[in-house]
Write a protein that binds this ligand. Structure first.
Ligand SMILES: Cc1ncc(COP(=O)(O)O)c(C=O)c1O
Length: 355
């Protein structure tokens, strides 16, 4: 990609929703970032354009064989009025890792970072300010080559869109009920579960709908081979505080390398907790519940930051965790990360990038 980002500003601006009316992913800002790829040219023409539809040939490879990747991160308006992105370099790194797995040519990381900061800067008035609200950033790459053969495409578009989003917990953090899924699997080791690619989300819908009908918020996914080891919860990484340890599944290919996961592990180790990345059987979790050593369980992800698990169902058993309330470490992790994001707590690891 050539380095200069061309900026073509919108001549009309959309009305902005009120902070208190924001939900998730329904409203988009005035501009988008775009860059194209062709085999002969590499990535070229990085630009900011007015937000609008993409023109895709109906034969575009992405529409048939799902060759696509995305990522998701947020910009926050702090109490001090400053706008901060949370760990954008780590998200760019993950986008490129996902791209490599899906045979998509990676982006220049420096320019990809600038695509995020430049676009957020152009649409900075869209970053909401009410506590808990943020500007969600969705970088995406899709295969645009019109070709029906099954092989990596030779043309792509990289684009970034922005969406102001509401507080995940408008009434405070809320423990969720999760159902351990025994039949359907989201991903298997050796597959694409470690990549942020649309196919994984399509694969997750059926079981998630079933769980919702049964009154659960999320599915706890088990590994695809043995249906025994816990993988992820909904679209979050999972952590279990048992005895004196916090245990979380290893990054072995079937789960996404969550940026929040990495942040939480770092904080816990800073605070002197023992964090173990290992396979954790659902039977072991249920046994810990029986023995009274299952202390806390939470999901980690950009959307909710930390999501406490209040109830876990497996086969015909349901166990309450932390008495169905928010555990002490769960709360401390949430408060610390949110503090860093909004600039009200120190950022010792330099995780935020100001725009
Ligand atoms: C499948 C899946 N796992 C885990 C995560 C959590 O990752 P992060 O903390 O980077 O948002 C996400 C959300 O991005 C996800 O979609």
């Amino acid at each position: 990609m050539s380095d200069a980002i061309r900026i073509n500003l919108a001549t009309t601006r959309k009305p902005k929703p009120k902070d208190q009316d924001l939900t998730f992913g329904t409203v988009f800002t005035d501009h988008m970032f775009l860059s194209d790829f062709q085999e002969e040219k590499g990535w070229y023409d990085p630009r900011v354009e007015p937000y609008g539809p993409l023109v895709l040939d109906p034969a575009s490879a992405v529409l048939h064989y799902a060759q696509a990747v995305f990522d998701g991160l947020k910009a926050f308006r702090g109490r001090d009025g400053k706008i901060r992105l949370f760990r954008p370099q780590k998200h760019v790194e993950r986008l490129n890792n996902s791209a490599r797995r899906m045979c998509i040519p990676p982006l220049d990381p420096e320019l990809a970072l600038r695509s995020l900061t430049t676009l957020v800067d152009v649409d900075r008035d869209w970053v909401p300010s009410m506590v808990g609200t943020s500007l969600y950033i969705r970088p995406t790459i899709v295969a645009t080559e019109p070709f029906l053969g099954v092989r990596p495409a030779k043309q792509y578009v990289y684009y970034v869109i922005l969406s102001p989003v509401g507080a995940y917990y408008p009434e405070g953090m809320n423990p969720v009920k999760i159902l351990t899924e025994e039949h359907h699997v989201r991903a298997v080791e050796g597959g694409v579960g470690g990549a942020k690619t649309g196919a994984n989300y399509a694969a997750s819908l059926y079981a998630a709908e079933e769980a919702k009908h049964k009154g659960y918020t999320q599915v706890l996914w088990l590994d695809g081979r043995h249906r025994r080891y816990i993988d992820e919860v909904g679209t979050m990484n999972i952590m279990v505080r048992m005895g004196d340890e916090v245990i979380t599944p290893p990054l072995a290919g079937s789960i996404l390398a969550g940026v929040t996961r990495d942040s939480v592990i770092t904080l816990l180790r800073d605070w002197g907790y023992a964090v173990v990345e290992r396979q954790l059987a659902i039977d072991e979790v249920m046994a810990a519940a029986d023995q009274g050593t299952l202390r806390e369980m939470w999901g980690t992800g950009t959307a909710a930051v930390i999501s406490p698990v209040g109830e876990l169902a497996f086969k015909d058993r349901r166990v309450a965790i932390s008495g169905g309330r928010i555990g002490e470490l769960t709360q401390k992790l949430y408060d610390t990360i949110v503090g860093i994001q909004y600039g009200t707590a120190p950022d010792p690891h330099g995780w935020t990038v100001e725009v």
